[in-house]
Design a binder for this molecule. Structure first.
Ligand code: ZN
Length: 272
């Protein structure tokens, strides 16, 4: 049985709750970590955000999400870079130590071209992240998203880019949902850890059948991912940060969110 001191919730997991409701509901259950999704803040003043976190004794783990650098039009790529700079400013204001990057892809160009644009985008924003003391984590996405969400689909690719930059401020977010299938996962997790690039660990489960590409993730224990195994590799590789529950699920969002949170806590204790 896991205790809860490393449990972190992504606000998107309990999307129907307001930011304040979510913080209170997490704190009430002894959850200590939170990752804030940008739209959850609904333009709340920065001071209010910090105060709500403090009142509920929550550690801000990361801010989601930046990226989406790839586009066929140069103007759109420039817009993405400007938006990522705004995200760094917002993260600095709420004192988030890390921004997760969903790096982007475009169906009208090859993944190779998208990856080149992703590297150019990271090059543009990394100095500002370094200066702001905010880390950036490349999150490799499952290959089913290679058309329009991310051309970085394996931990191997994310590790290679992080190594190329060789900055203390650029690493990788490992999400079991995206990477569980990869035969090289163990090897690449150790490679990531060895280079001190393992910045974040996201958990949920893979359902069979998956009914929606984006909005049908499972609660831990509902699906086929061996989360304890991946967690063991991640911790063996030197990671000692939070275990972040990130579940996009129309099915779970339709349920009572307090009951869902109780189930998350139980699932974390039993299946992670
Ligand atoms: Zn994730």
């Amino acid at each position: 049985m896991n205790d809860l001191f490393k449990l972190c919730l992504h606000t998107i997991t309990t999307k129907p709750l307001s930011f304040q409701e979510a913080c209170q509901a997490y704190a009430k259950r002894g959850i200590r970590g939170i990752t804030i999704w940008r739209d959850a803040l609904e333009k709340l003043p920065t001071n209010d955000v910090r105060e709500i976190l403090k009142d509920n004794d929550l550690n801000l783990v990361s801010y989601c999400r930046g990226g989406f650098f790839a586009h066929t039009e140069e103007g759109k790529r420039k817009e993405a870079i400007a938006d990522n700079k705004r995200i760094i400013e917002e993260a600095a204001e709420i004192e988030a130590p890390l921004i997760v990057l969903v790096c982007g892809a475009h169906p009208d160009q090859s993944p190779e071209t998208s990856r080149k644009q992703i590297i150019e985008g990271i090059e543009e924003i990394l100095p500002m992240a370094e200066y702001s003391d905010i880390k950036l984590a490349i999150e490799p996405l499952h290959p089913m998203y290679a058309d329009d969400r991310s051309a970085i689909n394996t931990l191997h690719q994310a590790n290679t880019i992080a190594e190329q930059f060789n900055s203390d401020y650029l690493g990788v977010a490992i999400d079991v949902y995206h990477l569980w299938w990869d035969p090289d996962l163990k090897k690449e997790i150790y490679r990531c850890g060895k280079n001190n690039h393992l910045f974040a660990f996201h958990i949920c489960d893979w359902l069979t059948p998956t009914k929606h590409l984006l909005l049908d993730r499972g609660l831990m224990g509902e699906g086929c991912i061996d989360i304890p195994q991946i967690r063991e590799w991640v911790e063996d590789a030197g990671f000692d940060g939070f275990h972040e529950v990130e579940i996009f699920s129309e099915r779970w969002w339709a349920e009572d969110q307090n009951a869902f949170l109780d189930k998350i806590v139980e699932a974390y204790k039993q299946h992670c």
